[in-house]
Design a protein around this ligand. Structure first.
Ligand code: GBH
Length: 514
């Protein structure tokens, strides 16, 4: 039995000492055997899981009293936003097939399953005035089924599917949303907290706040350089509210852990010029630091460089105040330290060079970095996703140095099938084995405090604006068959072997890097 930053698990815990500091990396690695065998073995207590999200897998979009959320609304009213004009109306039908899902997860051997709760399924109006008991029942069933199969639930409270009635009030651009998010979280802790011991408030705010700027994500509200910052502010305050709520009313009894999941690509300087090195640092600060600095740094608040650049640009553009609304000292203090672990989604790497592109105003111009990728890097089925294992190690080291080595849980990492890759998904096998090898180097050689790894995704599913054209699953799903059969890909077998042996299998240790 071990108690890690993720809760108590039935494995022994052993990890690198947390002795990195902001000043540097004093950790020498001398406590770890340097032989190659050790370097391909996971620390005892390291946890494995796989992930999904409600809108992407559940289906049953209008069943048993569920309300309409912003993705239902987008795909029904504007099917042109999804390349194959598909929707999550049925998706993997996990609403009806959760028992089978739990069985497959058991076969995989994962310690935990990361899934998200559909706010509208529980609160159809978005508010607590109407509680949909069928929704509560569904998540009770899922949680109980997982626990019965020896799998711990890791619950994401918000993975992008805001109730439409709350969007009609402005969604995350409206600070009042913090009240409603707190009400919703209170209900979740009260109903599920006796069995759920690990919570994530938000999945990837950098992604979904894009829905207030330039991206095709719901609510596709276009206010670049303004909307994202308004939403960011509300999301950070909402996260802090829920952390404090849990500490004040639930922690003593339920003893769970709570964190947030942030996403970031590693940004490698295109040249070794000072300008490019600085540009890549800005990339980290604008995309990760914007959310991580207020929560995980000693000082709190947005990163200095972000406040400085948005302030300057806003002035140049004729705004009276910075487009990045400031936090009060009280708010800075309130947000700071609201974490038990750092959830990280990491997929890929980009090159960064100093320069400005995009609309005026925009976050992209505020950041002042132009990104590209190397055509020589291995491709996947997603244009943005290249297989760059070494970037993962650098990213982990950056986080350890910047935020004093917090416990990092990899809440997502994954690969989308190349066309016709089918069940023999060797590209995904390479992705996972090479990324995990780099992660082990970060743990053993750099002293990074990585506590677990979660593969995105459990099943092929509804990949947002890409519909069903990009497949991230360890299991393939036949979306033309009403019974949505799930079949393990080669990578599912390899992942399972890794979890059971706690090692990178010998035959995958010698990939040549590109
Ligand atoms: C995650 O986002 C999500 O949490 C998950 O729901 C999703 O299924 C998974 O990854 C796979 O994508 O086409 O150039 O506009 C990953 C981060 C940020 C990646 C936005 C895609 C759009 C790139 N995503 N990005 S582009």
């Amino acid at each position: 039995m071990v108690t890690s930053a993720l809760g108590t698990y039935n494995v022994r815990l052993y990890g690198p000492p947390a002795m990195l500091t902001r000043q540097g990396l004093p950790y020498s690695g001398k406590y770890f055997l340097k032989d190659s065998e050790k370097n391909f073995t996971f620390p005892v207590g390291f946890l494995f899981g796989t992930a999904s999200s409600s809108y992407q897998i559940e289906g049953a979009w209008n069943e048993d009293g569920k309300g309409v959320n912003i993705w239902d609304e987008l795909v029904h009213k504007h099917p042109e936003y999804v390349v194959d004009r598909s929707s999550g109306d049925v998706a993997c039908d996990s609403y009806h097939r959760y028992r089978q899902d739990a069985q497959l997860l058991k076969n995989l051997g994962v310690h935990f399953y990361r899934f998200s709760i559909s706010w509208s399924r529980i609160l159809p109006t978005g508010h607590v005035n109407v509680v949909n008991q069928a929704g509560i029942q569904y998540y009770n069933n899922l949680i109980n089924e997982l626990l019965a199969n020896g799998i711990k639930p890791l619950v994401t409270i918000y993975h992008w599917d805001l109730p439409q009635p709350l969007q009609d009030l402005g969604g995350w651009a409206n600070p009042v949303m913090a009240d409603y998010f707190e009400d919703y979280a209170y209900l979740l802790f009260s109903n599920f907290g006796d069995r759920v011991k690990a919570w994530i408030t938000f999945n990837e705010p950098d992604s979904f706040t894009g829905g207030y700027g330039t991206s095709g994500y719901a609510p596709t509200f276009h206010a670049p350089g303004i909307g994202e910052y308004l939403a960011t502010r509300t999301v950070l305050l909402s996260h802090a509210r829920v952390y404090h709520l849990y500490q004040a009313y639930f922690q003593k009894l339920q003893r769970g852990k709570l964190g947030i999941t942030l996403n970031i690509h590693w940004c490698e300087p295109l040249t070794n010029s000072t300008e490019d090195i600085k540009a890549c640092e800005r990339y980290q600060q604008f995309k990760l630091g914007l959310f991580a600095h207020p929560i995980f740094s000693y000082e709190g608040d947005y990163p200095e460089i972000v406040k400085l650049r948005v302030g300057q640009k806003s002035k140049e553009e004729g705004f009276r105040n910075s487009r990045l609304p400031p936090f009060s000292l009280k708010e800075i203090d309130y947000i700071k330290g609201t974490w038990d672990f750092f959830g990280l989604n990491h997929y890929t790497t980009v090159y960064g060079t100093s320069g400005e592109e995009g609309p005026i105003p925009s976050i992209s111009r505020d950041a002042g970095v132009i990104t590209s990728q190397d055509p020589a890097w291995y491709s996947t089925g997603s244009p943005w996703l290249k297989v760059v294992p070494w970037g993962f190690r650098k990213q982990l080291k950056w986080i350890a140095q910047e935020y004093n080595n917090p416990p990092v849980l990899i809440t997502e990492s994954g690969y989308s099938d190349l066309p016709n890759e089918g069940l023999n998904d060797v590209g995904r096998v390479y992705y996972y084995t090479s990324y995990m090898t780099e992660m082990l180097k970060a743990i053993y050689e750099d002293g990074c405090n990585v506590i677990g790894f979660c593969a995105w995704s459990f099943l092929d599913n509804f990949e947002w604006n890409s519909g069903y054209t990009e497949k991230f699953g360890l299991y393939s799903v036949d979306f033309s068959d009403p019974s949505r059969p799930r079949v393990p890909k080669k990578s599912a077998h390899v992942y399972s072997e890794i979890i059971r042996s706690r090692q990178i299998p010998m035959r995958y240790r010698f990939w040549r890097e590109k």
